[in-house]
Design a protein around this ligand. Structure first.
Ligand SMILES: [Zn+2]
Length: 261
């Protein structure tokens, strides 16, 4: 069994077909659990409703760095996040982090909101889901400062280099690989896949975005996580079954509020 550790099942892209159908198809492909990720706390009720629609879906609560300065997000306090994590379906905090590539929100706001999420994670003991792009140094610095060595979590959709991978592993974080590792030009990233200890690797789709080869350019969906796991297997010289077993074990160890059905 595989887990899609990061998808966005509440997004419009899945509305026509319906989450039930998407999940059913993923199950036929061997994907047995899903973590649907919150990007705007103002939309949390919809995300929680998706998680509640099935025992094999959990969700998170958090503000994506793109939305850090949005009206519905900018005033979120640590206590607001902590309160929302009390639902048994909420298995993590995020996605949060820094994105200096798009800079949809000013970096200062991103940093402040990121630190608030880390503090909520320390208070609740829940794992963080971290999004970082073109902001390696600030990400690691804020993880260290706000986390005080007590925050745990995953660097999601990892696309950084060895240095960021090592810093994240040193902080006890897991590394999640998406369909990007199947892309033609991703040789450097494939080297990182070979380098991260197997007991710290997760796989994800980040669907509806970033469909792996051979579906590149199409809408992504959780069933496609098999292609990412297959690439991990090839790079590590393992069977697909062994990769599925190990990454699933890793997932339930990190996201320990999610219960294997
Ligand atoms: Zn995402």
């Amino acid at each position: 069994m595989l887990v899609d550790s990061h998808c966005h099942l509440d997004y419009e892209d899945f509305a026509t077909e319906g989450v039930g159908e998407i999940v059913k198809r993923a199950q036929s492909a061997g994907v047995g659990h899903f973590l649907t990720i919150c990007t705007e706390i103002s939309k949390f009720p919809q995300i929680l409703a998706v998680a509640k629609s099935s025992p094999i879906i959990n969700c998170t609560v958090g503000t994506h760095p793109h939305h850090a300065a949005d009206a519905g997000e900018i005033n979120i306090k640590k206590s607001d996040i902590v309160d929302l994590t009390k639902d048994p379906k909420v298995a993590g905090i995020g996605e949060t982090g820094l994105d200096y590539y798009y800079k949809h929100s000013p970096p200062e706001e991103q940093q402040r909101v990121f630190a608030t999420h880390i503090e909520a994670a320390v208070e609740t003991g829940l794992p963080l889901i971290i999004h970082t792009r073109d902001a390696d140094d600030d990400t690691v610095r804020i993880m260290r400062e706000a986390g005080q060595g007590k925050a745990r979590g995953v660097m999601h959709c990892f696309s950084g280099g060895r240095k960021l991978a090592d810093a994240s592993l040193d902080l006890g974080f897991y590394i999640s690989f998406s369909g990007i590792i199947t892309f033609k030009k991703a040789d450097e990233l494939r080297d990182v896949v070979k380098h991260v200890p197997m007991d710290r690797i997760l796989v994800e789709t980040d669907s509806p975005y970033l469909a792996p080869v051979p579906h590149r350019g199409k809408r992504n969906e959780p069933s496609f996580v098999v292609h990412t796991a297959q690439m991990v297997a090839e790079l590590r010289g393992m069977t697909a079954e062994a990769v599925a077993q190990q990454t699933t074990e890793n997932f339930f160890k990190l996201f320990d509020k999610a219960k294997r059905q």
